[in-house]
Structure formats: C-alpha cells, structure tokens
Design a protein around this ligand. Structure first.
Ligand SMILES: [Mn+2]
Length: 358
C-alpha cells in the first residue's frame, strides 16, 4: 500500500501484487441503465448490493467509485456493502466534470475559484479513499479540462496550472498522511470529449505536466492510461503503456476498446472489437512486469438487457484470459532474436499465429 523507498532512496508505489489477471477492478459506473444523447435508457438502475453480486459473478475482485456515486456521507455504508460481497475498493476519483463549476475546465481553469474547488473535491475524496475505503489508488481523469474553442484558454498556462494544483494536492496528502499511506495518484489522459481539445491529451502530455511539478512531489504522481482514450488520440495503446513504464509511471490501467480511430469514448469490452490489441496489451503488461490490480472501464452495450448489465465486464475478463493464453504461444526468446536482427516478417508471422492460435 502507498509508497516505499527503493534501493536508491527514491519513493516508488508499493501496491499489493497479484498474478496478472487474478485481480480485476470495474467502475461502479460500469453497470447502469444506459442512455445518452442519442440512445434511450434500456435497463433499470440496480441497487449497489445487486451490482456487486453481478460484478463478482463476472469475475471482478475490486470496485472503483466516483464521489458522486459514493459520496463521503455514504462511504462507510457503501464500503460495508462492497466488503460483504467479498469485493475490495481499488480506486476512487472525484468527479471534476459533471458539476456546474467545472463546465469550463478544472485544474487548468484560469479562474482560481474553479481550481480551488477542484483541489477541495480531490482532497476530500483522497481522505475518504484513505480513511474509509482503504483504497490504494486515486485517479484524476481530465474530464472538462482543456478548451472547446480556439484560444479558449491560454495554452501555456493551462498545463502549468494543472502541475501547480497537483503540487498542492500531493504536498497536502504527504503532510497529512505520510508517504507510506499516500494514495497512488494517477493521471488518466484523454484527448477530447467533453472538451474539443483536452489537457492532458495523452501519456506524453501527462508526463510533461508531472515534469513541471516540484521534484519532491513528482514520485507520487503517475499514469492510468486507458485503451479507448489512447485510440482516440491515434496512439497505439501498448506503446502508451511502454512509455509510461519506461518513465516509471505505469501506476494503474483502464482496459477497454473502441472502433478504429474512434472519435469519442466508446468504452467497449476489452478485446471485443480487436482481439490483437488485447493480446498486444496483455503481452506488454507481462513484459513490463505489471502486477497491480487491472482496471476495466467498460460500459454495457446499448442493446444489453437488464440481466446483461455486467456482460461487457464479464466478456472483457474472459477476453483478458484468452489473451493470456495467446501470449503463451509467443516465444519471447525467438521474438527478441527477431527484433535484434530486424526480421519484422518473422515477427508478423509469430504475432498473427499467437493471436489466431493456428
Ligand atoms: Mn477510465
């Protein structure tokens, strides 16, 4: 839990370690009645205990919550329901997008009152995460941060202000709880939706913002890359994982999927649309040595019935295990030899054979 000092005296995350694929989290928001701007709600809202039972049946071990679904005043009761079902809470995140004050951004807002509100919600929910949920991680998803119009925000200031807000939050968290108990703080980048140009847009931008922080606070902030967000940014997800890992910043993951070059966050099942992306992702997680809880951020399909509310999650977990099986077919020694000699033809053959199993 929290952070520990490595052999060089550097503070690094110290999450509970699991064999890859044995600890899977889902968002409380991943079972729902559905509906949106262009689709009708097709299902009932389920009570939390019912949802927990369905998530557990799907193979989920941990849940994740926004402060809007699980507000501080209900946090103890919610924790009890989750624990009674045999689940744990892996992550919590303050909603900095659906509240009216954040309609025009949050940490990057030019308005100090908006930034202060975002900081206050974040600190309050970190408190809940540590003191009640006993969560390991906190996620800042950029949400409304960025701009919907050209010159809608000062382009240098918007990045610097995010770094300043993160510095204030991390300094407070360390002073209040100590480094060992601090939540593992993750930035989840996304390039657009709701803003047309969101900040930070991808892993590289998030790393640039972390590099603007006080060096004493930098070790406590990392990444939560999400598959569909990376696809929206025209990035190859597994390479985003590699970049975060190379910087020592792969703190959490949100796996899901989308269509080719998606324009919005489709949150489809992991491996549903493109199984080869699932195999490449799981193989990369293995090679990186990712051992923490694997997060899913997957929505029910618009066509799913009441009984299928957690089917996208269940299928994603099955697909994760299918991908693990495919990865066993990849000979790492032979792959590395082909990489060394630059034999991309052999790599292509190995990869497709592993994905297809024939
Ligand atoms: Mn997500």
């Amino acid at each position: 839990m929290g952070f520990k000092q490595n052999g060089n005296g550097v503070w690094v995350p110290d999450p509970i370690e699991y064999e890859l694929g044995t600890a899977i989290s889902a968002g409380d928001w991943n079972a729902n009645s559905g509906g949106g701007r262009f689709i009708p709600p097709m299902r009932d809202e389920l009570a939390l205990a019912h949802k927990c039972a369905l998530f557990k049946l799907a193979g989920v071990t941990h849940l994740e919550f926004h402060d809007t679904e699980a507000p501080a005043e209900k946090a103890e009761q919610i924790t009890e329901i989750v624990h009674d079902c045999g689940l744990k809470i892996a992550m919590c995140t303050a909603n900095l997008f659906r509240r009216p004050e954040f309609i025009n951004g949050n940490f990057g807002s030019p308005d100090p009152k908006v930034r202060q509100a975002a900081i206050n919600y974040t600190k309050a929910y970190i408190t809940v995460g540590i003191e009640i949920f006993e969560a390991e991680k906190y996620v800042y998803w950029n949400g409304s941060n960025g701009t919907i119009m050209p010159l809608g925000v000062d382009y240098d200031g918007v990045y610097a202000r995010v770094a300043e807000c993160l510095d204030e939050i991390i300094s407070w968290m360390i002073t209040t709880y100590g480094r060992e108990k601090a939540l593992i703080f993750c930035i989840e980048p996304k390039p657009n939706e709701p803003p047309s140009w969101a900040v930070p847009a991808d892993v590289g931008e998030a790393l640039a913002i972390i590099a603007m922080m006080d060096p004493a606070n930098r070790p406590f902030v990392g990444l939560n890359p999400e598959t569909c967000h990376s696809q929206m940014a025209s990035k190859r997800y597994a390479m985003e994982l590699g970049l975060a890992a190379a910087a020592g910043k792969l703190f959490h993951v949100h796996l899901n999927g989308g269509s080719e070059n998606p324009k919005f966050d489709e949150d489809r099942g992991f491996g549903d649309i493109n199984p080869s992306i699932a195999v490449e992702t799981v193989f990369t997680l293995q090679q990186i040595g990712y051992k923490s809880v694997v997060g899913l951020d997957v929505q029910p399909l618009p066509t799913d019935t009441n009984d299928q509310q957690c089917e996208s999650i269940a299928r994603s977990i099955r697909n994760f295990h299918r991908a693990l099986t495919c990865c066993q077919r990849l000979d790492v020694t032979a792959l590395n030899a082909a990489r060394l000699s630059g034999d991309q033809a052999t790599i292509a053959e190995m990869f497709t054979a592993a994905v297809c199993g024939c």
